[in-house]
Design a protein around this ligand. Structure first.
Ligand code: FES
Length: 162
């Protein structure tokens, strides 16, 4: 089942804040420290967050690739699309969907299998033997988990779970 559609958090005072539920908003960064096109990693306790300033606004997700949890904050942001440095997966922060499956292949968020692939100019990848191939084949790319964002007095606040 597909998750609820993502609502981009707009970078404007008084913009909709999303449903924070039982979470509490906490200042994580100044707006000036996240210019358009920038990404930052922010850690609170054992939670690593990725803040990204996309054309649709500022979004906050866990700083974990939806594939195998690599930190996306060391990847690259192009518009809404963040690239993972580990297996070359690309993911749309504004829709939550994968744009390009990882080189290892595996299952997309809907459970559809995608084979391994190689970047242009490189020889075809061969699957590792045995259980490793099985693990890659069954690894499912997830959709992002979003955290509500609001802007207050030049500060970015995120609703963090208590
Ligand atoms: S961990 Fe990001 S594409 Fe594999």
């Amino acid at each position: 089942m597909r998750a609820a559609p993502f609502q981009a958090q707009l970078l404007a005072p008084g913009a909709p804040t999303g449903d924070a539920g039982a979470a509490a908003f906490e200042t994580v960064l100044n707006v000036a420290d996240l210019p358009p096109g920038a990404m930052r990693r922010v850690t609170r306790g054992d939670l690593d967050l990725l803040l990204a300033h996309t054309p649709s606004g500022i979004v906050a997700v866990e700083d974990r690739c939806p594939h195998m949890s690599a930190p996306l904050s060391v990847g690259a942001l192009d518009g809404c699309v963040v690239s993972c440095p580990l297996h070359e997966g690309r993911f749309d922060l504004c829709s939550g969907d994968p744009v390009r499956m990882p080189t290892t292949g595996g299952l997309d968020p809907d459970g559809v299998y995608h084979p391994t692939w190689s970047p242009a100019g490189l020889p075809p990848k061969t699957d590792p033997p045995g259980l490793k191939a099985e693990a890659r084949r069954l690894t499912r790319v997830r959709r992002f988990r979003y955290y509500p964002v609001r802007i207050q007095d030049g500060r970015i606040e995120i609703a963090l779970p208590r």
